[in-house]
Write a protein of this length. Structure first.
Length: 309
């Protein structure tokens, strides 16, 4: 009985061992078929490589700014003033070269006058210099039209002084007179020099225009013109100056009249004598007598030549 139990127990143990051995072999087969999991990546301090963008991403991405060196501008040459303007108190504003070139290319007087009219409307600030250029034209009709245009403009442009000075060298009396008349509204002190120059013009109309224009100016411009005119060789200039000094009626006017006695002819002397008698109620027979009396008595008169009480 005991032997049978021993045999059964042995068989059970053998079967159990076989089952265990079979299970182990299955696990080994299974493990050989399943791939091993990948090893975890190690973290490093380096930046991970980003995937490359697609073509569409490249086309739509904002462009990166490109740094460039700033270009260093080369110095501009200093332009020299025109030769004709070096000795002048004013520098003319010459129109743009393109405009000058277009004017010079025109052939007929009609074309040039049309051009001047259009230019004056488009560039009124440069009209004086356009006329300045037109005075070089050989056609008297063009020069005359240019000066008439400037005279009618009634401008205060200081560059008119240049135009008037150039016009005084023209062979045509009408153009020279227009040059002076164009100065009617110019307040720049340089206009006095042109008026002085006009007092020696061969045309009485030009000389008369100079005195008339001078009479419209402030005394600081007017008086030097009259002081030069009192000694003029032209009777019309002297008479015009005397009339203007009577109109001014101040102590400086008396000074100029007395100085005019020095080298005046008999007729001019009488005109000055009458003017002094009118202004200060004194008659003089010589320059020396008038000069001495006035130096002793000028303080008795105010600025309007009224005797002080």
């Amino acid at each position: 009985m005991k032997s049978e139990m021993a045999v059964k127990t042995g068989l059970i143990l053998i079967l159990a061992a076989a089952v265990i051995i079979g299970g182990c072999s299955k696990k080994q087969d299974k493990s050989s078929q399943t791939p091993a999991p990948p090893a975890p990546e190690k973290k490093t301090s380096q930046t991970q490589t980003k995937p490359q963008p697609s073509v569409n991403d490249i086309n739509t991405a904002a462009p990166k700014p490109v740094l460039r060196k700033k270009a260093v501008a080369s110095p501009k040459p200093i332009s020299q003033p025109p030769a004709a303007a070096k000795d002048k108190a004013l520098k003319p504003n010459t129109p743009e070269p393109a405009d000058l070139k277009a004017f010079e290319a025109l052939k007929t007087a009609e074309e040039k006058m049309d051009f001047m009219t259009e230019y004056a409307e488009a560039h009124p600030e440069s009209q004086a210099m356009m006329v300045y250029k037109a005075l070089d034209d050989n056609d008297v009709e063009v020069r005359t039209a240019a000066m008439e245009m400037l005279t009618m403009d009634e401008s205060d442009d200081p560059n008119i002084v240049y135009v008037a000075s150039k016009a005084l060298n023209d062979s045509e009396e009408e153009i020279r007179q227009s040059g002076i008349e164009a100065c009617a509204d110019v307040t720049d002190p340089a206009v006095g020099n042109v008026l002085l120059e006009a007092l020696s013009d061969s045309s009485e109309d030009v000389r008369t225009a100079a005195i008339e224009i001078a009479d419209t100016k402030e005394l600081d411009i007017r008086l030097p013109v009259l002081k030069a005119g009192i000694a003029s060789q032209y009777e019309d200039v002297r008479e015009g100056v005397i009339s203007s000094l009577i109109d001014i009626s101040n102590p400086t006017a008396v000074d100029i009249l007395i100085e005019g006695m020095k080298n005046s002819n008999a007729e001019a002397f009488e005109s000055i004598k009458d003017a002094l008698d009118f202004l200060i109620s004194q008659e003089f027979n010589s320059y020396e007598q008038a000069h001495k009396w006035w130096n002793s008595n000028r303080n008795k008169f105010d600025e309007d030549l009224n005797e002080k009480e």
